[in-house]
Design a protein around this ligand. Structure first.
Ligand code: GDP
Length: 441
C-alpha cells in the first residue's frame, strides 16, 4: 500500500495525534528510492510517499481481530462485510438484532457457519446472551449490565466492549483489534479498511514501545440527488464533532496552527493495539468513538497536569485506577481511504442523537478540568450554547446528554470471564468456529 507520508504528530503529553494521510495506491511495491523504515515499511518524508510491503501488511493482519457490530442489517449485507475481511483476521460478530421475531439471529449464525471449514476463525455472539451477562457480572464488569433485566445494555459501544473482552479471553495472542460497521453496501471497501488499519500500525513503533489508534476517514459519502451521484466529503455528524474536538485540541496548543487536526471524530472504522483497547475507558452507544479522544487527552495530558484534584472529583477507587495517566505513549493515526463509503442513510433525528452524544462525551468528560482550565471552561460553555441552539440538549435537564462511561477492561477478571463463557458455549448464543476452544484454562 502506498500512502502520503505521515506528518509529524502533534504532542499532547503522552498523546500524539498525527494529521490525516491518504491512500495513494492500494497495492504498491516498495521502491528503491524510498528509505527503509521500521516494521518492513519504506518512507520518504519529503517525497510525499510511504510504502508498506504486502508481507508486512499480511503479518499485521494475522495478528488482528476484526469486530463487526450489527443490529438489524440485511443478512446479505452482513455476509458481504464478513466475506471481505482478510482471511488472516479473526472475526467477532456481535449482534443486537431483535431475537424473538423471525429468528434473525439464527439466520445470522447459519450465515456465519457458511464461512467455517475453510480455515476461517469466527466467533459470533448475541449482545443479550445470558451467559455473557453472568460472566461479566462475575468478573467485575457489572456496569455493562442493565439492572432492569440483568442483560448487557443496548448500544454499539456496549457490543464493542463485549467483543474486546471476548478477544482478550479467547485469543490473547492477537495484538490488534479493529472495528468495521455492518451497514456497508460495498464489501470490497471492508478489505481496504482492514488493510489500511495494518498500514497505520506499520507506521508506528511496535505495540511494546507505543500504543496506536488508527482511525479511518471515508474518502466520501456518496448521495444520490436528482438522479446524480454527489460526493459528500464529511458526514453531517462528523462535521460537528470534528469541529469541537479541533477547538479542544487547539486550546491545548496555543499559538500553533493545528486545524484541521482531527478529521475522524466519529470513525466507526478504527483499530487499536489490544493493550490500548484494555486500557481505554469507553463510552456507551455512539459516544464511543469521540470519547476515545477525550479519554486519551485526559490521561495523556490533563491528568498529568492536574492529577489529584481531577481524580478526586471522580470518586471511586476503580475510576481512579482507570483514569490514571497513560504509562506509554499513544499515537493516533488518521487515514483517508481510497474508496467512498456507501451505507444506510440516517435520518436527521439519528444524526442529531449521534452528534449530541459525541458532544456530551466531550462536555461531561472534561467536567473535572473546567474549574482549573479557563480555555476548557469557555469551550464547554460555547458547546452548550451550540447544543441549545441546535436542539441537542435533553428536554428534562437542559444539558447535553451525559453518556455512561465504563471502566477500562483491564480492571476486569478475564480468567473468570473466559471460564464461564467457555462453559456456556453453545448453551445460549455464543459460537466459536475454527478455534480450538476445548483447551482448559
Ligand atoms: P451510522 O452508520 O454511523 O449512522 O450508525 P448506525 O446506527 O448505522 O450503526 C453503526 C453500526 O453499529 C452498524 O453496524 C449497527 O448495526 C451497529 N450497531 C448499532 N447499535 C448497535 C447495538 O446496540 N449493538 C450492536 N452490536 N451493534 C449496533
Amino acid at each position: 500500500m502506498r500512502l502520503t507520508s505521515p506528518p509529524k504528530p502533534r504532542r499532547f503529553g503522552q498523546l500524539q495525534v498525527a494529521g490525516e494521510v491518504s491512500i495513494l495506491e492500494l497495492d504498491a511495491h516498495a521502491h528503491p528510492g524510498l528509505q527503509k523504515g521500521s516494521n518492513g515499511t519504506q518512507g520518504n518524508a519529503e517525497g510525499g510517499n510511504f510504502c508498506v510491503s504486502s508481507s508486512s501488511l499480511d503479518e499485521i493482519l494475522s495478528e488482528m481481530v476484526i469486530v463487526v457490530p450489527c443490529k438489524d442489517e440485511d443478512l446479505d449485507v452482513i455476509r458481504g462485510v464478513i466475506a471481505a475481511i482478510p482471511h488472516a483476521c479473526l472475526v467477532i460478530l456481535v449482534s443486537n438484532c431483535k431475537r424473538a421475531e423471525d429468528d434473525a439471529y439464527e439466520q445470522q449464525v447459519k450465515m456465519v457457519h457458511t464461512f467455517a471449514g475453510y480455515g476461517r476463525q469466527i466467533l459470533v455472539i448475541h449482545q443479550k446472551d445470558s451467559v455473557a451477562a453472568a460472566a461479566l457480572q462475575a468478573s467485575r464488569m457489572s456496569e455493562l449490565l442493565d439492572p432492569a433485566d440483568g442483560r448487557i445494555r443496548n448500544g454499539k459501544g456496549e457490543g464493542m466492549l463485549l467483543a474486546i473482552a471476548i478477544a482478550e479471553a479467547f485469543c490473547p495472542e492477537k495484538r490488534y483489534v479493529g472495528f468495521v460497521d455492518a451497514d456497508n453496501f460495498i464489501p470490497a471497501t471492508v478489505s481496504e479498511y482492514c488493510t489500511a488499519f495494518a498500514a497505520g500500525f506499520a507506521m508506528s513503533r511496535s505495540p511494546e514501545q507505543e500504543d496506536t489508534l488508527v482511525r479511518l476517514r471515508w474518502n466520501s459519502k456518496p448521495k444520490i440527488r436528482n438522479g446524480k451521484v454527489e460526493k459528500v466529503e464529511q458526514g453531517r455528524c462528523s462535521r460537528i464533532v470534528n469541529n469541537w474536538l479541533n477547538r479542544l485540541f487547539a486550546s491545548e496548543a496555543p499559538g500553533e496552527t493545528l486545524n484541521p487536526l482531527i478529521t475522524t471524530a466519529n470513525a466507526g472504522e478504527h483499530a487499536m493495539t489490544m493493550a490500548l483497547a484494555k486500557k481505554l475507558r469507553m463510552a456507551a452507544g455512539y459516544a464511543i468513538e469521540p470519547f476515545h479522544f477525550v479519554d486519551l487527552l485526559v490521561r495523556g495530558r490533563l491528568e498529568g497536569n492536574t492529577s489529584s484534584s481531577a481524580r478526586d472529583v471522580e470518586g471511586s477507587n476503580r475510576t481512579e485506577t482507570s483514569t490514571k495517566p497513560l504509562d506509554k505513549p499513544v499515537t493516533v493515526r488518521q487515514i483517508r481511504t481510497c474508496s467512498p463509503h456507501w451505507h444506510r442513510e440516517s435520518d436527521d433525528e439519528h444524526i442529531r442523537h449521534m452528534w449530541a452524544a459525541g458532544l456530551g462525551s466531550i462536555y461531561h468528560g472534561l467536567a473535572p478540568y473546567r474549574a482549573k482550565n479557563g480555555a476548557i471552561k469557555q469551550l464547554c460553555k460555547d458547546m452548550h450554547a451550540y447544543a441549545v441552539n441546535n436542539n441537542g440538549v435533553e428536554k428534562t435537564t437542559g444539558q447535553l446528554p451525559c453518556p455512561r462511561t465504563y471502566p477500562a477492561l483491564e480492571t476486569m477478571d478475564i480468567t473468570t470471564f473466559r471460564r464461564m463463557l467457555r462453559r456456556g458455549m453453545g448453551k445460549d448464543s455464543f459460537h466459536a468456529l475454527g478455534l480450538d476452544s476445548s483447551e482448559e484454562d
